[in-house]
Design a protein around this ligand. Structure first.
Ligand SMILES: Nc1ncnc2c1ncn2[C@@H]1O[C@H](COP(=O)(O)OP(=O)(O)O)[C@@H](O)[C@H]1O
Ligand SMILES: Nc1ccn([C@@H]2O[C@H](COP(=O)(O)O)[C@@H](O)[C@H]2O)c(=O)n1
Length: 374
């Protein structure tokens, strides 16, 4: 890949990048890297999809809430499988106690797939909100495309097509007695059900369906979390992994010494401003300078250092590091000159050389006709 293709790829992709566990997904991404002529519509960013399954009242929602809380600086959306419960006719509603809500057929999986497909392709979508009291999903909520989609539900690993959408599969594993105790409390307090009905439903449908349909999907999980939301260590590790995946730029897979700065909403905001045709020249320069300063600071962070101890004004010893000495910047004419000021501002007294690189001939060979080093 030549420098132009690399720049094109950088431009067509955005700040946050994703990679999944599945080799087939990786092959697809590799293909798009090796064929930079791919049209813009083919190069949409794929969100990172996490599936969270487990028995009812195992703590799936609690785990999702904790992941969402820790990923507060990313755009994360939660999709509940409950939203895709089949609707009942008025006649069916009268016999609701005989209905098995824990069977795979209770869900409209085709609709779930359509919704997930839209979100994966960066489209906003209206998702029904399921009401456990009325057994209806009359209200819709608008869900915007996001960097991370969490799909949560008792049977989200049941259908292979749904599983294949996921980059990470988590199974929340909580003891049956704990699940039953929590379910009794939740269904009587929040769903207005009486304890007899909860226990009848449990022995008739919930427990058999757990054994027949939910537990067998545990084998598909990449991560099994015992004790659900109480397991802070597991949740921290999951969030760390997601962050690594989100921050991994496609180009890093080709160039091992390339570092890509983790995107934040501040950085995205600045990228938005400098791309906006309405932005004034003054603002363009201001925000470009801020971004350049970030790049220079991060770049300096990768230079070697030596350990150094200093005495603080209060007489204690502080063990720190010493900057690398005898630095020299090289500015590529017509390309890197806009970064010179930031480098001078960060590295006191730095000497900057100049180099001119241009492409010669049809094969794109790069030559360096002029260089002036300090
Ligand atoms: N670690 C926990 N300790 C105590 N109660 C919990 C814990 N996790 C969840 N709960 C409670 O158990 C019930 C079910 O939890 P929830 O996260 O909604 O499970 P799920 O989404 O798997 O059905 C809720 O009432 C919730 O408040
Ligand atoms: N009308 C309904 C629909 C579903 N259920 C039960 O909800 C459980 C799944 O939801 P979680 O949030 O606990 O994963 C499932 O066990 C269904 O039996 C219901 O009781 N009424």
């Amino acid at each position: 890949m030549d420098a132009k293709s690399a720049v094109e790829l950088m431009e067509s992709s955005n700040e946050v990048h994703f990679s999944g566990f599945h080799m087939d997904g990786f092959e697809q991404r590799k293909a798009s890297i090796e064929q930079p002529t791919t049209s813009e519509t083919d190069m949409y960013e794929q969100p990172f999809v996490i599936g969270v399954a487990g028995g009812a009242a195992s703590g799936k929602t609690a785990v999702c809430d904790m992941i969402i809380q820790q990923l507060h600086d990313q755009r994360v959306v939660l999709v509940n499988q409950d939203s895709f419960y089949n609707n009942f006719s008025e006649e069916e509603l009268t016999r609701v106690q005989d209905y098995n809500f824990d069977h795979p057929d209770a869900f409209d999986t085709e609709q779930l797939l359509r919704v997930m497909d839209k979100l994966k392709h960066g489209e906003a979508v209206d998702i029904p909100k399921y009401d456990f009291k009325t057994y209806k999903s009359d209200v819709l909520r608008r869900v915007n495309p996001s960097d991370v989609i969490i799909l949560e539900g008792i049977l989200v690993f049941h259908d292979q097509r749904v599983r294949e959408l996921m980059n990470m599969k988590i199974f929340v594993d909580t003891d049956a007695d704990v699940r039953l105790a929590r379910r009794i409390r939740r269904d009587t307090n929040e769903k207005g059900r009486d304890i007899g009905a909860v226990l009848d439903q449990y022995s008739k449908f919930v427990k058999p369906a757990f054994d027949d349909f939910i537990l067998p999907t545990k084998k598909y999980a990449d991560i099994i979390i015992p004790r659900g939301g109480d397991n802070h260590v597991a949740i921290d590790l999951i969030v760390q992994h997601i962050r690594t995946k989100l921050g991994q730029h496609d180009l890093c897979k080709i160039y091992p010494n390339l570092y890509v700065i983790q995107s934040t909403f501040q950085i995205r905001g600045m990228h938005t401003l400098i791309r906006d045709a309405q932005t004034t020249k003054h603002d363009f320069v201001f925000y470009s300078d801020r971004l350049i300063r970030l790049v220079v600071e991060h770049g300096l962070g990768h230079l070697p250092f030596t350990e150094k101890q200093v005495l603080t004004p209060t007489g204690s010893v502080y063990t720190g590091v010493d900057f690398c000495k005898r630095l020299c910047g090289v500015s590529v004419i017509r390309s890197g000159e806009s970064m010179e000021n930031a480098l001078r501002a960060c590295c006191k007294g730095i000497k900057i050389g100049k180099i001119l690189i241009h492409r010669e001939g049809d094969n794109g060979q790069q030559v360096c006709p002029s260089a002036c080093m300090p």
